[in-house]
Design a protein. Structure first.
Length: 613
C-alpha cells in the first residue's frame, strides 16, 4: 500500500524530484528541500508523493486468500502485534520468541512483511521464488543489525543513520564478522514505521500509539484513536437528477472522530444501511478529501485522513459481516461494538446527527421529525435538492460551518481540537500527521462487498445483466479440481453506475473493468434498476435484460414527452400572462426562480449497496 508519512526527515517526491521534509508548518502545509539543489519549497502536503524506489506494487488481495491463508496471516499478526507497539524492547522480542517457539529472525521477517504494506494480508506469505530476493544474512548478523538499530537509531539521542551503520560495522569487526552492505541497513531502517520513529526518537508515549478505551467511560486520547459511525434516514425528500421530480428520502452514514468531534467522512445514498454503505464511509474517512472537494466544486479545507485505530459501532448486522470484518482486520482497525444497554456509548454521533437534523429542517422538502411538527407543510411539493446537490450542501455545512463553530464540550472548534491533537500544544505531544494513502481505487474496492460468479462463454451475469470483456476468456468454464465444480470468481460493482463491474483477475492480482455485454444499454444506478424491477413485477412482466432496459427507455421517453408537453403548456400560459396586465408580476416571479437556479457539479466517486442477491 503506497503511503506518505508526514514527518521531518522523511523522503518524498515533488515534481519527480527527491526531496526531504524539513519542517511541518501545519496539518496540511510542509516545507521541503530538494536533495540535489537544496532549493526549499513550502507547499500543501497533497502535492508530494511517497518516495520508495523499492515499493512493492503487487499486493495480494484479501479476497484471493483462502480461509487457511487468512487464518495464517492473522496468526502471525497476533504474534507480532505486541512487538509492533514496542519495537525497541529487545526483552519483549526474546519473550515472544520463547513463548511461541518462533525464532527472532522469523519474527523480524514477519514484521518486515507487514511493514511493506501495513496490511495483515501481507503476512499470508509470498510465492516461493527459489531464494531470489531472500535475505542471506546469518542469524547472528541479523541480531547485530536489529540490536544496533534499536539501541542507536531508535533512541532519544536521535543519532543519524550513518552513525548507526558505523556502530554495526564496528561491532562486526569486533566479532570477526563481515559487515553487511550499508544499503541493507538503510533498507531495514526504512521499513520501520514512522509512528515508531517519532515515538522512540521524539518521545511520544506508547499510549499515543495505540488507544485503549477506559473501562468506566468512553473517550479518546488523540485524533483517529476512535471513530464512531452511525446511520440515519435524513428528514428531507430529494428530487431525481433528470426531471427533478420528488423521489425519496436519502440515508446518511456518518463518521465522527471522538477526540476532536471532526466529521472525518460520510456517505449518502438512497439505499438502506448495509455493508457497502458502511464500507464506503470508512474508505471516505481513510482517504484524503482534496479530489472529493474538487469534484464537488467546493473551495474549502477538510484536513482529515488516515487509518483509525478503532471504529465504534452499534450492533447492527451490517457491522458484523465477514467482508467488513476482514477489511478492517487487514488495515489493522479494531471493530468495537456498543455494549447492549449502554446508549451513552453512541452519544457523540447521535448528538451530531441531531444537530444536522435541525439545520436540514430549514431546507426545502424537509419532512421535519414528526407529522405534528410538519403540520400542513407539503414536503414533496417543495422538494428541490437532488442527491448530488444535497451532498454538496452537506459538505459545505460540515466544512464551513460545523468544523469552524465552537463546540460546547470542547470550548473550541473541532478544527482547532484536531490540529492540537495532531501537532501538539505546549507540553502536550501530538500524534503526528497521519500517513496519506495514495491508492484510492484499492481502498474503495477493499471495503466493497463482492459476489462470486462462474464465467461462461457469454461472460458473467449479475442481477439479470450480462457483462463481458476479453480478459474473461481465460476463465471460461474455469474448473476447481478440489471442489469438483466450476470455479467462482470475485466481482464488485459501483451502485451509482452499474454499467461496469470490477473483476478480480487472480493471476495479475488486480481488478479490471468489465462493461455491459450490450454496450448500447445506458448506464443506470442500482436504485433505478430496482425501481424497474418493481414495475416489471407489478405488471407481471418477465424479468430479462432486454425487458429491464426496454422499460427504462419507455419510462424515459414518457417522462421526456411529459416534460415537453409541460414546457409547451407553460409557454402558452406565459403568452397569456403578458396579455393580462394584472398578472405581469407572476412572470417576474417565474423569471426570478429561473435566474436563481444553481447548477451544481455532481460527485460520482462514492458507492453504496450494489447487489440485490
Amino acid at each position: 500500500m503506497k503511503r506518505l508519512y508526514i514527518t521531518e526527515g522523511e523522503k518524498v517526491l515533488y515534481k519527480n524530484k527527491e526531496c526531504i521534509i524539513i519542517r511541518i508548518i501545519d496539518v496540511c502545509t510542509i516545507s521541503i528541500e530538494e536533495k540535489d539543489t537544496n532549493i526549499i519549497h513550502t507547499i500543501p502536503v497533497n502535492l508530494v508523493e511517497p518516495y520508495d524506489p523499492n515499493h512493492i506494487s503487487k499486493i495480494k488481495e484479501i479476497h484471493s486468500l483462502s480461509e487457511k491463508e487468512w487464518e495464517k496471516a492473522l496468526y502471525r499478526y497476533n504474534i507480532i502485534q505486541p512487538i509492533l507497539n514496542k519495537r525497541g524492547d529487545l526483552a519483549l522480542i526474546q519473550e515472544v520468541s520463547n513463548e511461541t517457539k518462533i525464532s527472532i529472525p522469523t519474527l523480524y521477517r514477519w514484521i518486515k512483511l507487514f511493514d511493506e504494506t501495513e496490511l495483515v494480508s501481507s503476512l499470508a506469505g509470498k510465492k516461493h521464488t527459489g531464494g531470489i530476493g531472500k535475505s542471506r544474512l546469518t542469524e547472528k548478523l541479523n541480531h547485530i543489525i536489529e540490536n544496533k538499530i534499536h539501541s542507536v537509531y531508535l533512541t532519544k539521542s536521535r543519532k543519524s543513520i550513518t552513525k548507526t551503520i558505523l556502530e554495526i560495522e564496528l561491532e562486526c569487526n569486533r566479532l570477526g564478522i563481515k559487515p553487511p552492505h550499508s544499503n541493507t541497513i538503510r533498507n531495514r531502517i526504512k521499513n520501520i514505521s514512522e509512528e515508531e520513529r517519532i515515538k522512540k526518537r521524539l518521545g511520544i508515549k506508547e499510549a499515543k500509539y495505540k488507544f485503549e478505551p477506559l473501562k468506566n467511560h468512553f473517550e479518546a486520547e488523540y485524533p483517529l484513536s476512535v471513530v464512531q459511525i452511525d446511520h440515519t434516514l435524513v428528514d428531507i425528500i430529494l428530487v431525481d437528477e433528470q426531471f427533478r421530480k420528488p423521489y425519496k428520502r436519502p440515508w446518511l452514514t456518518l463518521a465522527i472522530d471522538i477526540y476532536s468531534r471532526m466529521v472525518v467522512g460520510f456517505y449518502l445514498s438512497y439505499e438502506t444501511p448495509g455493508a457497502l454503505g458502511t464500507g464506503m464511509c470508512i474508505s471516505n474517512t481513510i482517504l484524503p478529501k482534496e479530489i472529493w472537494l474538487e469534484k464537488l466544486g467546493i473551495s474549502t479545507e477538510w484536513n482529515c485522513w488516515g487509518v483509525m485505530d478503532t471504529i465504534h459501532v452499534d450492533n447492527a448486522k451490517e457491522f458484523r459481516g465477514n467482508m467488513l470484518k476482514r477489511a478492517c482486520q487487514d488495515y489493522g482497525i479494531k471493530l468495537q461494538f456498543r455494549p447492549i444497554g449502554t446508549p451513552h456509548w453512541g452519544g457523540h454521533i447521535e448528538r451530531l446527527l441531531g444537530t444536522f437534523s435541525k439545520e436540514i429542517h430549514n431546507l426545502p422538502g424537509t419532512t421535519f421529525s414528526s407529522e405534528a411538527e410538519r403540520k400542513k407543510y407539503q414536503s414533496e411539493k417543495n422538494a428541490a435538492f437532488t442527491l448530488n446537490e444535497f451532498e454538496k450542501w452537506l459538505t459545505l455545512y460540515i466544512t464551513k460551518v460545523y468544523h469552524k463553530r465552537i463546540h460546547s464540550s470542547l470550548d473550541k472548534t473541532p478544527e482547532e481540537k484536531w490540529e492540537e491533537g495532531i501537532l501538539g500544544l505546549g507540553s502536550q505531544i501530538g500524534r503526528g500527521i497521519p500517513a496519506r494513502i495514495y491508492n484510492e481505487r484499492k481502498v474503495r474496492l477493499d471495503f466493497m462487498p463482492y459476489v462470486e460468479r462462474t464465467i461462461q462463454e457469454y461472460g458473467v451475469v449479475i442481477d439479470h445483466i450480462h457483462y463481458y470483456d476479453d480478459i474473461l476468456r481465460n476463465y471460461v468454464h474455469d474448473y476447481d479440481n478440489n471442489k469438483k465444480e466450476n470455479k467462482l470468481h470475485v466481482f464488485k460493482r459501483d451502485p451509482r453506475d452499474i454499467s461496469i463491474v470490477y473483476f478480480f483477475e487472480p493471476k495479475q492480482n488486480e481488478y479490471f473493468n468489465i462493461p455491459y455485454r450490450n454496450t448500447s444499454f445506458p448506464p443506470i444506478s442500482i436504485w433505478e434498476y430496482r425501481d424497474l424491477l418493481k414495475k416489471l413485477k407489478s405488471n407481471k412482466i418477465n424479468i430479462t435484460e432486454d425487458n429491464i432496459f426496454n422499460a427504462y427507455r419507455e419510462l424515459n421517453d414518457l417522462e421526456e414527452k411529459v416534460v415537453r408537453e409541460t414546457k409547451r403548456k407553460q409557454k402558452l400560459d406565459y403568452v397569456d400572462i403578458f396579455r393580462s396586465e394584472p398578472l405581469k408580476t407572476a412572470h417576474k416571479t417565474i423569471e426570478s426562480e429561473i435566474i436563481n437556479t444553481e447548477t451544481i457539479l455532481p460527485f460520482e466517486d462514492l458507492e453504496d449497496e450494489t447487489f440485490t442477491t
